[in-house]
Design a protein around this ligand. Structure first.
Ligand code: DHB
Ligand code: FE
Length: 279
C-alpha cells in the first residue's frame, strides 16, 4: 500500500533559486540560509521518497487573471520549469505520476473537494526552489512529483481550515492506493513577508516562531486561524502559510520533529523549514 511517511515545509523565495543557479550559496549573505538545509539534504538521502506531493502556489506563471483554480492537481507525466522573466531556471523537468495523481483526484473529489485537474502547467519558483533546497543540483530530480497548486495570490484564497481538511482527504486517498509507494508531502511558501504597499518588507519573527511551534503540536487549532490574522500579522504574502496546513493535515496527529530551522531574511522573506516524520 502507498504510505505518507513524512512531511517537509519550506519557504520558496525566488532569490534562493538564483543563488543556487549562479553559484552563490557560500556567499556570506547566503551561507547561513543554506546551512539550515544541510540536515534535510542528508535526511532525504536516507529517506528517499518515490514521490512528493508538492503543495505550492503559482505566481501568475501558469495561471493568470484569465483563470485561477483554487486547488489544481497536476496529473501530467511531466512539468517544465516556468519562464518567470529571466528564462526558465536551469533545473530538470519535473516527472509526474499520472496514475497516483488520478487516483488522488478521484478519491479527493469523491470526498467533496472540488479539485481542478491540470494536464499542462509550467512550474515556477514556488515548486522548483523547494526541490533545489532539498535535492541540490542533480541531473534529474530523484523522485516523481505531483504538483498541487493552491491559489493564495488572488482573493478569495482558501482558508487554513480548508487546506488542513484537504490534507486529510489526500491522506485517505494515498492510503487507498494499492501499490507500495513511499510518499512525502511538502508544504511550501511563507513565512511572514509582504512584497507590496506601505508595509513591504514586513517580517514578524514572533508570529513565525509561534506558527512553527503550533504546526507541529497544535495544528488542529492553528488551522482555525482566519485569513485576517495571516494578513495582519504575517503580511500579504504570509498567507502562503496555509499551504503548510495541507501538508500537516496529511500527516499523523502526532509526528516526530526531525528538523526546525528559521532564518531572517532571504530577500524580503522570513525562511522557515521543518522536517516531520510520521511515527
Ligand atoms: C519573494 C518571496 C516570495 O514568496 C515570492 O513568491 C516572490 C518573492 C521575496 O522575498 O523576494
Ligand atoms: Fe511566493
Amino acid at each position: 500500500m502507498a504510505k505518507i511517511t513524512a512531511g517537509v515545509a519550506t519557504s520558496h523565495v525566488p532569490a534562493i533559486g538564483a543563488a543556487i543557479d549562479n553559484g552563490k550559496t557560500t556567499d556570506p549573505y547566503w551561507q547561513p540560509l543554506f546551512a539550515g538545509y544541510d540536515f534535510g539534504k542528508e535526511w532525504i538521502k536516507q529517506n528517499k521518497p518515490d514521490v512528493v506531493i508538492l503543495v505550492f502556489n503559482d505566481h501568475a506563471s501558469a495561471f493568470d487573471m484569465n483563470m485561477i483554480p483554487t486547488f489544481a492537481l497536476g496529473c501530467a507525466p511531466s512539468f517544465a520549469p516556468a519562464d518567470e522573466g529571466w528564462g526558465p531556471r536551469p533545473v530538470p523537468n519535473v516527472v509526474g505520476y499520472p496514475e497516483l495523481a488520478s487516483h488522488i483526484a478521484q478519491s479527493v473529489i469523491q470526498q467533496d473537494f472540488d479539485l481542478t485537474i491540470v494536464n499542462k502547467m509550467d512550474v515556477d519558483h514556488g515548486l522548483t526552489v523547494p526541490l533545489s533546497l532539498m535535492f541540490g543540483q542533480p541531473e534529474a530530480w530523484p523522485c516523481k512529483v505531483i504538483p498541487l497548486a493552491v491559489n493564495v495570490v488572488l482573493y478569495p484564497a482558501p482558508s487554513g481550515k480548508r487546506c488542513y481538511a484537504l490534507g486529510k482527504a489526500i491522506r485517505e486517498a494515498v492510503d487507498s492506493f494499492d501499490e507500495d509507494v513511499n510518499v512525502q508531502i511538502w508544504g511550501t511558501g511563507g513565512m511572514s513577508h509582504q512584497l507590496q504597499g506601505p508595509r513591504a518588507g514586513l517580517i514578524n519573527q514572533e508570529f513565525d516562531n509561534d506558527f512553527l511551534d503550533r504546526i507541529v503540536d497544535d495544528a488542529e487549532n492553528l488551522a482555525q486561524m482566519p485569513h485576517f490574522d495571516y494578513l495582519n500579522q504575517a503580511g500579504s504574502e504570509g498567507v502562503e502559510l496555509v499551504m503548510w496546513l495541507v501538508m500537516r493535515g496529511a500527516l499523523d496527529d502526532k509526528v516526530t520533529l526531525k528538523k526546525r530551522f528559521y532564518h531572517v531574511p532571504a530577500s524580503n522573506t522570513a525562511v522557515g523549514h521543518l522536517v516531520l516524520e510520521n511515527n
